[in-house]
Write a protein that binds this ligand. Structure first.
Ligand code: DLL
Length: 430
């Protein structure tokens, strides 16, 4: 089912005409109301090809304009604010007019419908509620569809499991790492995935891999769909997977995507991996032009078999600032996850420990083997005869995947801290 066929299935020509009209409106709106964007006044926008001539907006610009410097409407017209977590200094505040919230609900309804959500379905929303856009974004989208919302928010894993069993929601949404923690807890309690009756899971807010998708589908007994977004541009719903699960459909009538080479800023052609840059096309409270997301992906404009005609983006590989440089080799945590989950005996609980105390940074990968592996013999990890052989196999797999020798430590099941939101994958020792 397609939520809004008129918007989601228009021809490329119709889409591009709409994008150009909205881009001009956005540039004029921002130039007239936001000092930071004054330079956009009179920018030449004869076609979409003129977009690369406009300057980028960076995360640092949002920080410098904290809290309201990029707002384009008086405070009284701001219906809601959200904020980024602000792990590095001040948070980034973003604002929405009532009409902006309507657009957000619309794009969420599209992404959730593409994943299988239907009017009347109960949905357990296990994303955090509050300044983070996950909880309220899914909540509002679900209400727009006419679903029955179960707003559990994040955390309290035992209660999440109880409600999944007793309220029998059709869908669950959470970060993939928290969903995995829920699945593991259900298994501990002896609940079989098939007994839950879940029909779909919608996951996002952090990078994840196909291996994680398999683990979630097995652990929760339902297909897993990727939903992407960021607060600077609106929140979840910027893109999401359909039943074909062959890339995430961008709501590109509201968010105009480009891919650039992160080093040079040059625009890259479809299919090439680079940094995603987004321009909002309908946002009024806080338009952003050519926002550098830091997220690495690639675009395709090929038609999808589901009938939607939007641009699609590949699963996010990671953020450029998550990239580690170890002995001159670039390493993304998602590449480590993908390699680890090729090894059947491992579970998706892992951490990258970076030690910078010596001149050359060293990387240690800590990962848990599945409890079943040890359970068969009842032995402890250290004394288990298979441990050293498995460790060597994991190290060899990582060496091939990363092009780098890393230290591997198999840690006892349940020792890596479990996540209730965005998982912390990298620990720095310095
Ligand atoms: O994480 C919005 C969101 C909530 C998306 C719920 C999906 C589901 P922020 O806290 O502003 O917003 O963080 C945005 O998270 O730039 C990406 O680096 C990362 N991210 C979000 N979704 C995905 C995804 C929300 N599906 C930042 N895959 C983004 C990989 C993701 N990374």
């Amino acid at each position: 089912m397609i939520w809004n066929p008129a918007a989601e299935c228009m021809t490329r020509a119709e889409r591009e005409a709409l994008q150009l009209a909205r881009l001009r409106e956005t540039a004029a709106w921002a130039a007239a109301r936001v000092p930071f964007y004054r330079g956009l006044a009179g920018a030449r926008l004869a076609s979409l090809d003129d977009l690369p001539a406009l300057p980028f907006t960076r995360k640092t610009d949002l920080r410098e304009q904290y809290p309201f410097g990029l707002f384009a409407v008086p405070q009284a017209e701001v219906a809601r604010v959200h904020a980024s977590s602000g792990t590095k200094g001040k948070p980034t505040v973003v604002g929405y007019t009532a009409a902006d919230l309507d657009v957000w609900r619309e794009v969420m309804a599209r992404a959730m419908t593409a994943a299988g959500a239907r009017r009347g379905d109960p949905l357990q929303v296990a994303f955090g509620y509050g300044l983070f856009t996950g909880g309220l974004g899914f909540h509002d989208g679900a209400e727009r569809i006419g679903m029955t919302v179960v707003p559990t928010s994040s955390g309290n894993t035992a209660r999440q499991c109880l409600l999944l069993r007793d309220l029998r929601p059709a869908g669950l949404c959470a970060t993939p790492s928290f969903a995995l923690h829920i699945a593991e807890t259900l298994a501990d309690q002896g609940t079989a995935p098939a007994d839950l009756g879940l029909r779909y899971g919608m996951y996002g807010a952090e990078p994840w891999t196909e291996g994680m998708r398999r683990a979630l589908e097995q652990g929760l007994g339902c297909p897993a769909f990727d939903v992407y977004g960021l607060s600077e541009v609106t929140g979840p719903g910027v893109s999401g997977e359909c039943e074909a699960r062959d890339g995430l459909h961008l709501a590109d009538d509201h968010f105009l995507p480009e891919i650039i080479d992160p080093a040079t800023g040059e625009v890259l052609p479809p299919g090439r991996e680079g940094e995603l840059v987004l321009t909002t096309l309908s946002r009024r409270a806080m338009p952003v032009v050519r926002y550098r997301t830091g997220d690495l992906t690639a675009l395709t404009f090929e038609p999808c078999r589901c009938g939607r005609t939007s641009a699609r983006m590949a699963r996010i590989k990671g953020r450029s600032d998550d990239m580690l440089i170890i002995k001159g080799v670039n390493v993304y945590p998602s590449e480590v996850e993908a390699a680890l989950l090729d090894v059947e005996e491992l579970v998706p609980h892992y951490q990258l420990v970076v030690d910078r105390r010596e001149t050359l940074a060293r990387l240690e990968i800590q990962v848990e083997p599945s409890a079943a592996l040890l359970g068969r013999t009842g032995e402890s990890l250290a004394g288990h005869p298979a441990t050293e052989a498995l460790r060597q196999r994991v190290a060899a797999r990582l060496r091939t995947a990363l092009g780098l020798g890393v230290e591997v430590t198999l840690v006892a099941p349940r020792t890596i801290p479990r996540s209730e939101g965005k998982a912390v994958r990298v620990i720095e020792r310095s």
